[in-house]
Design a protein around this ligand. Structure first.
Ligand code: CA
Length: 531
């Protein structure tokens, strides 16, 4: 009964918000800007349209409604270009679709369908390195092999020799010999991933041409792979590369989005915001030891979580006033969230609530919304087939060939969770839709109004333009009562006399926040919004 009431209130607020909103609301009520709810898709393992067991572009298109109904209005497609590996993070042709995934026509159709559903698509841009099979690298090494002893390479004869790092010295153990020459090349990730030389203007012109090609196809932005490694430890250089490429893309489309994988501590991430590109993934808050999981476990207080979130935002905004945080819990390089909690559904729900409460654009790794697990350190096991059903059915993928066999997911599959309002899936759906219908959740700045002595209950006023939403955190396992004056005093200090109502609650119990005459009653393990 209580839950029905909460749903009714949420629905009412959806209707009211979509009617009141002036800036072109999408079907789900979200504004059409770069604050979005992103869904990270590993195409190989997501949905298979033609029965070969390998996920494909058409499969993603067929599942757009699933993604939209969850509440995501952005998709990050992991690499789709031709590549010799299953993960495709080593590209051989930057302007094509890997035949395993389909055709360029499939991709164009995906973009068109996604846009018709108000979903933006960003693609992985892997320019730290290429595949060793990339024609650029093949031509460069062939040229070096053809040099006579004593001849120095001349880029006028072969521009590709400047695309990579070549040296007659083996600089360290990530430099590999080129057979038949006296040269070595840098491959900081792997011998088959030669590092590109992003100081070369011809290479950068080629990369710009590639980005322009994909923007012509309709992509809405890029997820930049590994900028930390463009030139190892050279933040200034790397940030300048990001800035240059972003500026180039913005000239083509002022609304283009860019999010970068700077897998580093907060201080380094803040430094990268000097690139003036919109987003960096929020690594400190992610992963097993990150703030989201630590807070959901109760090992870090809600107060510490919120204060750190605010402090980070202030520091980053000083470097880029237009920064958009990109929080996430896990991605394709990390053990899944299930592993951190050993399947404790309640803890996973709290982690989801915390993620979805954060300003910025949250990224959800496919299958996270149902609590899929990974297994051990093997990358392949972090990228298993999407668990649509526990019965064999069309569209299910086989997953990476080198993943360990006979891994059984312990969560309920998608088809079961869709029918279960107590599922993790419904926490994600509720949290994402609240973000879509209340733009200040993603776009606002927080002011803390209340912190309990335990630190487990926090109330902030989050304000964007002239709109304020009150965000209520309770990570304690007890119902908590907070004087309503906490909010009414804030409102009267702003000259407002209105009464707040509950916009929506995410909670482990399913109970909603209640407002009494003098008190706000907050259920255990919940995040709620009042307006
Ligand atoms: Ca397929």
């Amino acid at each position: 009964m209580k839950r029905k009431l909460i749903i009714l209130i949420s629905l009412l607020s959806i209707v009211l918000t979509s009617c009141a909103s002036k800036a072109q609301p999408s079907i789900s009520g979200a504004l059409d800007d770069n604050y979005r709810n992103y869904y990270e898709v590993f195409v190989y393992s997501f949905y298979d349209s033609d029965g070969d067991g390998i996920g494909d572009i058409k499969g993603v298109e067929q599942k757009l409604d699933y993604i939209a109904e969850l509440g995501c209005n952005g998709i990050w497609l992991m690499p789709i270009c031709p590549s010799p590996t299953y993960h495709k993070y080593d590209v051989t042709d930057y302007k094509a679709i890997d035949p395993q995934y389909g055709t360029m026509e499939d991709f164009e159709s995906l973009i068109e369908s996604a846009h018709s559903k108000h979903i933006n698509i960003i693609i992985d841009m892997i320019i730290n390195h290429t595949s060793s099979n990339n024609p650029w690298f093949v031509k460069a090494t062939d040229y070096l092999k053809g040099l006579s002893v004593g001849d120095e390479p001349n880029p006028a004869d072969c521009p590709y020799v400047n695309y990579y790092h070549f040296s007659k010295d083996k600089i360290n153990n990530t430099w590999y010999p080129i057979e038949g020459t006296e040269y070595y090349y840098e491959g900081s990730f792997w011998s088959e991933m030669p590092d590109l030389n992003l100081a070369d203007e011809e290479l950068k012109a080629e990369i710009k041409d590639i980005m322009s090609f994909w923007m012509d196809k309709g992509v809405d932005g890029f997820r930049m792979d590994a900028p930390l490694h463009y030139e190892e430890t050279d933040t200034r250089f790397n940030a300048a590369v990001l800035n240059e490429l972003y500026g180039y893309c913005k000239d083509i489309d002022p609304d283009v989005y860019m999010v970068s994988e700077v897998w580093a501590s907060e201080q380094t991430i803040e430094d990268y915001y000097t690139s003036l590109t919109p987003s960096m993934f929020d690594f400190d808050f992610a992963q097993g030891e990150g703030d989201i999981i630590m807070t959901a476990w109760g090992r870090e207080s809600a107060s510490s979580f919120v204060n750190k979130m605010i402090d980070n935002n202030v520091a980053r905004s000083a470097n880029n006033p237009d920064c958009i945080n990109a929080p996430f819990i896990t991605n394709h390089d990390m053990p899944r969230v299930y592993n951190a909690y050993n399947g404790k559904q309640d803890k996973m729900k709290i982690a989801a609530m915390l993620l979805l409460s954060m300003p910025g654009s949250p990224f959800i790794y496919y299958g996270e919304e149902i609590g899929m697990m990974s297994y051990g350190p093997k990358d392949e096991n972090k990228r298993l087939a999407m668990y649509w059903s526990d019965k064999a059915q069309s569209g299910m993928c086989m997953g990476p060939a080198d993943a360990d066999k006979d891994i059984n997911q312990k969560c309920k599959p998608v088809d079961k969770q869709l029918k279960d309002k107590d599922s993790l899936y419904y926490i994600y759906k509720t949290g994402l839709q609240l973000r879509n219908n209340n733009p200040e959740i993603a776009r606002g700045n927080d002011e803390i109004l209340y912190e309990s002595s335990s630190g487990n209950t926090v109330i902030t006023a989050r304000t964007w333009e002239d709109k304020t939403v009150f965000v209520i955190y309770n990570t304690s396992d007890e119902t908590v009562k907070v004087p309503k004056s906490v909010i009414s005093e804030y409102l009267s200090s702003k000259g407002l006399t209105k009464d707040v109502t509950v916009t929506g609650t995410m909670s482990v119990s399913g109970d909603g926040v209640k407002i009494r005459k003098e008190e706000i009653i907050i259920p255990a393990d919940s995040v709620a919004y009042l307006k």
